[in-house]
Design a protein around this ligand. Structure first.
Ligand SMILES: Cc1cc2nc3c(=O)[nH]c(=O)nc-3n(C[C@H](O)[C@H](O)[C@H](O)COP(=O)(O)O)c2cc1C
Length: 236
């Protein structure tokens, strides 16, 4: 979560049972950094690092987690208009997963063709495979489901074919306050890429429903902001 999930935050919540910790989202190039500044100006939290400092900052943050929780995989969720800065992050020593953010829906990010708008890029497949082919880390692609004008199942296939290791999917459904469980089940049944289900895992019941979709893993965002998960995530 932009402006929130730094190494201090993650080191506190990992002991609840997480085996992957995601830093960021970070903006990596001039266009996304400028967009982040505008988002901050209107009062929303964002990480605010210049081009000169962002790569070293991420490296230091990765090590701050690894030094405390050496057995946890560390991921960095990142935004960029071109693949090269993402490749640079994917080659940071000790980083396990670089996650391409095709999910953010803040207008300033959408206006430069980034975040969720990436799902409409005709060269999305090439963008992902350039990263896959040039990084030491694993590659995750984080998408939002049910975005107008997109076919989520088709996108899942495209991301698999582009060679990514993980499809991280916020299974949001308009007008509903829970994940789109049916869509997650359909995707799990139709792709071989590892699927990480996300959205509304905020109770034992919803965790159970998430597991029943057949996903390979799940992620939790809002319920960890308090650092106080009151349901057990460790028997997945
Ligand atoms: C304050 C806030 C900031 C977020 N920032 C990011 C981000 O930088 N990158 C990203 O991929 N998702 C971001 N998200 C989305 C969450 O990671 C997650 O996909 C979404 O909240 C649904 O999952 P949940 O129901 O477990 O919260 C953010 C969510 C919140 C509430």
């Amino acid at each position: 979560m932009a402006g929130i999930t730094d190494s201090d935050f993650l080191n506190k919540v990992i002991p609840y049972g997480f085996n992957v910790a995601t830093l960021g989202g970070y903006s990596l190039d001039s266009a996304t950094i400028e967009a982040s500044k505008k988002i901050i100006e209107r009062g929303r939290k964002e990480f605010d690092f210049s081009l000169d400092e962002i790569f070293t900052h991420i490296e230091n943050e990765v090590n701050s987690i690894k030094n405390v929780h050496g057995d946890v995989k560390v991921s960095a969720n990142v935004r960029s208009t071109t693949p090269q800065p993402i490749i640079e992050v994917g080659n940071i020593k000790n980083l396990d997963i670089v996650e391409i953010n095709c999910h953010c829906r803040q207008n300033e990010i959408l206006d430069i063709g980034c975040g969720q708008e990436m799902l409409n890029r005709p060269d999305l497949s090439d963008f992902i495979s350039q990263i896959v082919d040039n990084v030491e880390s694993e590659v995750s692609v984080k998408i939002r489901a049910n975005v107008d004008g997109t076919d989520t199942l088709q996108l899942a296939g495209l991301i698999e074919d582009a060679g990514a290791d993980y499809l991280h999917i916020d299974a949001m459904k308009k007008g509903v306050f829970e994940a789109d469980w049916d869509l997650l089940t359909k995707i799990s049944n139709n792709v071989d890429i590892k699927v990480i289900g996300n959205n509304s895992v905020n109770s034992q019941e919803n965790l159970q429903r998430m597991i029943e979709t057949g996903v390979d893993g799940f992620s939790i965002a809002r319920s960890v902001i308090s650092g106080n998960l009151d349901f057990n995530i460790t028997n997945f």
